[in-house]
Design a protein around this ligand. Structure first.
Ligand code: FES
Length: 109
């Protein structure tokens, strides 16, 4: 139905929010709403876009618009509550159910 994404800076201060769209990355949607999530490679290599998923992890697809450049599932430093905003997005099924979903991201950089 509706997915609202809230973005916090690294001090836990909310810096903005937006209604998510299917088929777009979290970083792309944030930029469309003038919310800065740093991005460089946009391909899952540099990790500058990494965000902690504070709430709503069940709605997050870590490989929504592409595969991350590294296998984060096997990375010993991988935290399952983090997403790379350049390739991560919202699961498609979250837009077709009858619930409102809230996802809160905390920028790491
Ligand atoms: S911008 Fe480089 S990993 Fe996301």
């Amino acid at each position: 139905m509706v997915v609202i994404v809230k973005v916090q800076d690294n001090t836990w201060t909310e810096i903005g929010s937006f209604q998510a769209e299917d088929e777009k990355s979290l970083g792309e949607m944030a930029a469309m709403h003038w919310i800065e999530i740093l991005q460089s490679c946009r391909a899952g290599f540099c990790w500058v876009c990494v965000c902690e998923v504070v709430d709503g992890w069940e709605a997050v697809d870590t490989d929504k618009v592409g595969n991350s450049g590294i296998d984060i599932q096997r990375d010993e430093n991988w935290n399952p509550e983090q997403v790379l905003a350049c390739v991560g997005g919202i699961k498609s099924e979250m837009f077709t159910d009858d619930k409102e979903h809230i996802v809160t991201l905390k920028k790491m950089y």
